[in-house]
Structures are given as C-alpha cells and as structure tokens.
Ligand binder design. Structure first.
Ligand SMILES: Cc1ncc(COP(=O)(O)O)c(C=O)c1O
Length: 370
C-alpha cells in the first residue's frame, strides 16, 4: 500500500466546484492584489481566531518580519526564540538587524521552555517569539507573565497551528500579534504563497497594513509614511482561503481522530515516543511526529513498505552554516539537538484513510518485532 505524506489533490477534488466559482469571481473583478476576497477572508479569519484584526500578507515569513517591525524590533535588539523551528522564524529576526537568542525546548511538546527563556532576558531583549510547533501551542501563560514583567512584545509564530487552542483560546489571540503561514500544505493552505497576521491591537494592525503596502498612506496615494515592503496578499489566495476556512475545524477534527488511531496502533511499541498533548493544549496535528532512537532505520523500513515519512527538521538551526555565527556550538541546546536526531513525521492529512494509518502502524510494529 502507498501512503504519501500528503496529497493536496484529494482536498482540491472535494471543494473544486466552490473553488472554481470563487476564483472566477476574482477574475471577473480583476481584483488580483488585495481586494474584496482578501478583505472578506481577513474579517472571517479574525473572527475565527477571536481577535479584532487580521492582515493578509504575502507569506508567513513576511508576517513575522512585519509583526516584529511593527512591535518596534530593530537593529541591536534581542528576540528570544526557539531553535526547533523552520528557518523563517530566525530569518525574520535577522532580517531586521536584530539578534535571535535561542532558548532550548522542553522535550515532550518540542516548544520553547519558559524556564530557559526567563534566564535569557537582558536589557536588550525586545520580544519573545514562541512557535506552536507541529500544531501544539507553546505554554503561553509563563511567557505572557515574563513579557508583562519586562515590557516585551509577545509574538506567536502560529504558522503550523491554524485552529489550535491554548486553555480554550485560539492560537492567533495569545499575544500582541500572531503570524500565520498559509503555505499550501498547512492545515489551512492557499494555492501558492500567502500569510496572515492577527492582533487585537488596532494601532498595530494599521501599522502592518501600511508596511505591507510600501508604507503608503491609505488616504493619500503615493505618499509614504515610512519605508515599507511589498508584502500584500494576492486576490486569488484570499479567495482560496475564504473557501477553505469553513472546513478548517472539520479537517482539524479529522487530524485529531487520525492521531488517536495512530496512538491506538502504536501505544505498545516501547521503542517509540508518541506525540503528547499538554492539559492546556488542543493540538491540531499539522504534523504527527514520533521519536525513535533508530529513526533513520525506521524511515528506511517504512520507505521499503511504500510509506513516505519526513524529518522536520533534521538540522538544529544553530548548527547550520547560515546561523553558525550566532555562536552556539554542538551541545549548546541539547534538547533540540537530541530531538533533531530522533524525530520522524508520519503521514498526516485529513484525507488520509484509517486503513492507511493502520498499515503504517502495522509496518512500524513489524519493524520492531524484527
Ligand atoms: C514555524 C514556521 N514559521 C514560519 C514559516 C514561514 O512561512 P512561509 O513559508 O509562508 O513563509 C513556516 C513555514 O513553513 C513555519 O513552519
């Protein structure tokens, strides 16, 4: 049996008629950049997250850059974040001339360890940037408390966590601002690059709207309030996201059911550590990540059986060439480094079938039975 990591064709087939009508509408209006479809999605996504504002932007990386800049982060400032993330998190900090300061993760949920963060705050710290990695929210209360105590901006990297909840509240509503990627394979994915920023702060939202459009004054065309960027969302992407949003909760629920089925099939495999869900968390399983000492051998055995897997991510960012200059050598962030050598993402997407999950579990059991 073939089991892919994801198959976007299945999701598209299920919503194709609606999608084609929405895309045709964008063509009829010729509203190719921003426009009514983006505005309607912004409103719907803000309501979904339980905040006052969503600003549609070009991608998740740009959302991070815009959030940090709008929060006042600039040259010489320090931003505390996690090494266990996609490169964009750290890249956005560096792009503003600020310095990423890395706090190790706590190993059960792979997200930043608030106790480590507390030790790294200095007078130069300007922001905290936790990542809801794999779709499981970071432990936000201690970070909120730290941010308040030291006057720091708390910004969520929620790129992998559309619809996740922390103590009942949605990712996207847990800090000063939150940044989403709508990369096609995300739980809520566009048909190309797209991103969004959510916030309850009207001034911050207005600033991001200005910055995403070259700093242009909305009331005075070709008059620039400050240098900005071209980080606008395309009309087509707004339309795609608008069609998909009403399905998101159902798709996330399906991911949770599949995760439960994996757990049922794998709980007796002593060699595996299965994903955990903290009591404060509602996990949306963007990725289903297990840990195994013999990760590479397990991946090879599954490949042999027709099952695709992935490692997200194999190289601790602080040990890659791009970020070596931050000065963290091997052993500096041991929990992250250990995780990178053991993690394996199993197939997870809403259209995955129970029989495929059962097959993956059976092949894993067989691998360990020898
Ligand atoms: C944790 C995290 N942050 C940021 C990003 C960047 O998003 P984008 O690819 O839309 O620029 C991603 C995308 O994969 C991500 O997973």
């Amino acid at each position: 049996m073939k089991v892919p990591m994801n198959d976007l064709r299945l999701q598209h087939a299920a919503i194709r008629t609606e999608m084609e009508a929405a895309l045709a509408q964008v063509m009829a209006n010729c509203s190719f950049i921003l426009g009514p479809a983006v505005a309607a999605f912004e409103q719907a996504y803000a309501a979904f997250c339980g905040v006052g504002h969503c600003v549609g932007v070009s991608n998740g990386t740009d959302a991070l850059k815009l959030a940090l800049r709008a929060a006042g982060v600039g040259r010489g400032d320090e931003v505390i974040t996690t090494p266990h993330t996609f490169a964009a998190t750290i890249e956005a900090i560096c792009e503003l001339g600020a310095k990423p300061v890395l706090a190790d993760i706590e190993p059960r949920y792979f997200s930043i360890d608030p106790a480590q963060v507390a030790r790294l705050v200095t007078p130069r710290t300007r922001a905290l940037l936790p990542v809801h990695i794999y779709g499981h929210p970071a432990d936000m209360d201690p970070l909120t408390e730290l941010a308040a105590r030291h006057g720091l901006a708390l910004i969520e990297d929620a790129a992998q966590a559309q619809g996740a909840r922390y103590k009942g509240r949605r990712a996207g509503s847990l800090g000063l601002a939150a940044c989403f990627s709508f990369y096609p394979g995300k739980n809520l994915g566009a048909y190309g690059d797209a991103g969004g920023l959510t916030t309850s702060d009207a001034d911050l939202a207005a600033k991001v709207r200005l910055l995403r459009n070259h700093g242009q004054d909305p009331a005075k065309k070709f008059f620039y309030q400050e240098p900005g960027y071209n980080h606008r969302m395309d009309g087509f992407q707004g339309a795609v996201l608008g069609v998909k949003l009403p399905y998101l909760e159902g798709w996330n629920e399906r991911r949770r059911q599949l995760a439960a089925r994996y757990r049922q099939g794998l709980q007796e495999v002593a060699e595996l550590v299965l994903p955990a869900e903290a009591e404060y968390a509602h996990h949306v399983y963007h990725l289903y990540v297990v840990r195994a000492q013999d990760r590479d051998r397990l991946a090879a055995a599954l490949k042999q059986a027709g099952i695709d897997t992935a490692v997200q991510y194999p190289h601790p960012l602080h040990l890659t060439a791009a970020y070596a200059s931050l000065g963290y050598g091997p052993g500096a962030l041991p929990e992250c480094e250990r995780a990178c050598s053991q993690i394996l993402s199993l197939p997870m997407f809403p259209e995955l079938e129970e029989a495929q999950v059962d097959f993956v579990a059976e092949q894993i059991r067989r691998h360990y039975r020898g």
